[in-house]
Structure formats: structure tokens, C-alpha cells
Design a protein around this ligand. Structure first.
Ligand SMILES: [Zn+2]
Ligand SMILES: [Zn+2]
Length: 375
């Protein structure tokens, strides 16, 4: 076996350590809660049953969404994004980057692409030898191009992207519920055990109704661990909910996608409700289940792009020169495209939630419509 192959196998094995760690903590938390708290410590049957039912519901949903996040394969670009044989050979023979770009541009002209590199070039992955669809990025850990890549998560040993982003959000939500429920229900027993421990050390120890067992140790730790995870998950979960509302990936939040008329952090935003439907689908009954309901194919994404008549003259409008009816008209013009219309257009319009609308035509004529945001 080649040394590089052995090294790669070792790396793959080591990458599972965080997942195994989480799995062990979850198994222990199950034992500590069910056996040590509910069965050994809690004496009232009603309380015991309610705790066990709610605990198992949140446990099942948490494990289900975690499983789906880990084992859903990241989606990669389809064959139509690979260079045809003749162009590929030509591309490989060619050494000048400008000529290589010409080859890529020719192939890309038939593909639904809106985004470019920072320098305005076609985004191409040399490693996978594929033209990168919009929002697709190469993950060095997975060694592949991942559609709508969000980030590579070591805690699930998988890329979070188009195929499992909904599962990842649900995993955060259910792990938060799981930890919150444990922390909230363990708290009263935590306090009882804690004060009992302190009194014991102060000698004058009254008899307690709590069993004298190892449960004490488990319950004390259970509270600390659940509270600790709660705090760390809450910030990550809130951040990702914000990203979903803006229709932005983590990568795009750090580096705005570059369109033909420059970077635009809101380029894929369709408005709050539609942004949520992009990830969770439009049927609310499936929102809380870790089953795939995200919209689209991961290769193309609706943007607020609108085709303009190339013959139109350059117009620059500003708030003080635009009257109400002109604003209404321009808003109607730049309504979001449906997915079926979402193809590479010769002219672009980008609407920005905060900064108004910028329209750019093929021959670099720019029409800017700036508007005061309505309160
Ligand atoms: Zn790649
Ligand atoms: Zn990855």
C-alpha cells in the first residue's frame, strides 16, 4: 500500500473522532437521564412518565436529524458542468490563462451561471475538472466540489451543503431542545444533590428522600454538560437561522458572491418567506422532519435577476429625481424570477434589501435605482 494511501486512510479514521465523542456523550446522557434520574432518583410515577415520554421524543428527533446530517452524501455538480472531451483536451494543453478562460467561457455560455470569481472569470475547479455551479465550492476535506457548500463540519464529519442543510438546522434545533429539556428537568435534582453534598461535608447531615447512590454523580454532571452544550449550540443555531432568513451560506456571509456587476451579499435573497422555503420547502408539515424538502436542484438558484432590453438607454435614477409611480414601476420590473426562468441571462438586475437596485447590461451600461427603504 502506498504511504499516501495509508496516510489518507488514517486521516479518514481520525476524522470520525469528534462524531464518536458526541455519540458517547449522547449514550451516556441517555443512560444518566433514563436510568439514574428517572428510574433510580424520581419517585413520583406521573413525573417519571412525563419526563420519559418527552425525553424520548426529543432524543429520537435529535438522533434522526444527526444521523441524516452525517450520512447524507454531499451533492456534487452534474455531468453538464464537466468540460466536453475536445474542450478538456484543449484546456489541458493550453498554458495561457486567458485562452483557458476563453474555452471555459464558451462552455459556460450554455450553462445557468450567474456568479464569477472576484476577477470576473468563470469559476473552475482544477481538482475536480468541473465548472463550478453558483454557490458550489470545493471542499478540501471531502476532496470534492459540493453544491451550495455551507461549511465542512467536523462534528458530523461531513460537508454541510445543499443536500443536508435542512438536516443540519434541525440537528441544531433538536440538540438544543434535548439539552434544554435535560437542563430544565434535572435542575431541581441538581440543587437537591448539590445542597445535600454540601451539608454532608458540613457534618450535620439530615436524612434525605434522595437515594444514596451513584445517581448523584450522574445528575450533577448531566446538568453541567447539558447547560454547556445549550450555550454553545444556541449561538450557532441563532446564526444559522439568520443565514436561512437571508438565504446566505456561511461562505457567502464571509465573502459575498460575485455577480457580473460585482459582489452582492443579497444576490440570492428572495425575501424572508421565500428564503425559508428554499431550505425547508413550501409544505409546512415537513419543516420539522429531517426529510429532504429543499427547493431546486442545487445547481441553479433563483436570483432577483431580470432581463433588460439591451437597446434601452442608460438611466440613472436617484430618490430625489424618482417620483412614486416610477418607483412602483421599477419594483414591478424587478420581481424575482421563477426557477424555470432562472437561466444565464445576457443582462442582469440585482436587487438589494438595503441598497436599492442595480441593473447592468451586457455592454456595461449601468442603471442604478436607489430607494429609501420603507419602514
Ligand atoms: Zn472541486
Ligand atoms: Zn467537506
Amino acid at each position: 500500500m502506498a504511504p499516501s494511501h495509508v496516510l489518507r486512510c488514517c486521516q479518514r479514521g481520525l476524522a470520525w473522532i469528534p462524531v464518536i465523542f458526541i455519540a458517547l456523550v449522547v449514550c451516556w446522557s441517555y443512560y444518566a437521564y433514563v436510568v439514574e434520574l428517572c428510574i433510580s432518583t424520581i419517585q413520583r410515577t406521573g413525573e417519571k412518565v412525563i419526563y420519559l415520554v418527552v425525553f424520548h421524543l426529543s432524543f429520537i428527533m435529535f438522533v434522526w436529524s444527526y444521523w441524516k446530517t452525517i450520512f447524507t452524501k454531499p451533492a456534487s455538480p452534474s455531468k453538464e458542468f464537466c468540460l466536453p472531451k475536445a474542450e478538456k483536451e484543449q484546456y489541458e494543453k493550453e498554458e495561457r490563462p486567458e485562452t483557458q478562460q476563453e474555452i471555459l467561457k464558451k462552455v459556460a455560455s450554455s450553462l445557468p451561471l450567474y456568479t464569477r470569481t472576484g476577477a470576473g472569470a468563470i469559476r473552475y475547479c482544477d481538482r475536480c475538472q468541473v465548472i463550478k455551479p453558483d454557490r458550489c465550492h470545493h471542499c478540501s476535506a471531502c476532496d470534492m466540489c459540493v453544491l451550495k457548500m455551507d461549511h465542512h463540519c467536523p462534528w458530523v464529519n461531513n460537508c454541510v451543503g445543499f443536500s443536508n442543510y435542512k438536516f443540519f438546522i434541525l440537528f441544531l434545533a433538536y440538540s438544543l431542545i434535548y439539552c434544554l429539556f435535560i437542563a430544565a428537568t434535572v435542575l431541581q435534582y441538581f440543587i437537591k444533590f448539590w445542597t445535600l453534598c454540601r451539608r454532608k461535608s458540613a457534618e450535620n447531615c439530615p436524612k434525605s428522600d434522595l437515594p444514596e447512590s451513584q445517581a448523584k454523580f450522574h445528575v450533577l454532571f448531566l446538568f453541567f454538560v447539558a447547560a454547556m452544550f445549550c450555550i454553545s449550540i444556541l449561538s450557532l443555531f441563532t446564526y444559522h437561522l439568520w443565514l436561512v432568513g437571508k438565504n446566505r451560506s456561511t461562505i457567502e456571509a464571509f465573502r459575498a458572491p460575485v455577480f457580473r456587476n460585482g459582489p452582492d451579499k443579497n444576490g440570492f435573497s428572495l425575501g424572508f418567506t421565500k428564503n425559508i422555503a428554499q431550505v425547508f420547502g413550501d409544505q409546512k408539515k415537513y419543516w420539522l422532519l429531517p426529510v429532504f424538502t429543499s427547493q431546486g436542484d442545487g445547481l441553479t438558484f433563483p436570483t432577483r435577476l431580470v432581463a433588460l432590453d439591451p437597446e434601452q438607454p442608460t438611466v440613472i435614477l436617484h430618490p430625489d429625481t424618482v417620483n412614486r409611480s416610477a418607483e412602483d414601476e421599477s419594483l414591478q420590473q424587478s420581481s424575482p424570477l421563477s426557477e424555470s426562468q432562472n437561466r444565464l441571462l445576457s443582462n442582469n438586475v440585482h436587487a438589494n434589501d438595503d441598497q436599492g437596485y442595480t441593473l447592468k447590461t451586457e455592454d456595461s451600461e449601468t442603471i442604478t435605482i436607489s430607494m429609501e427603504s420603507e419602514s
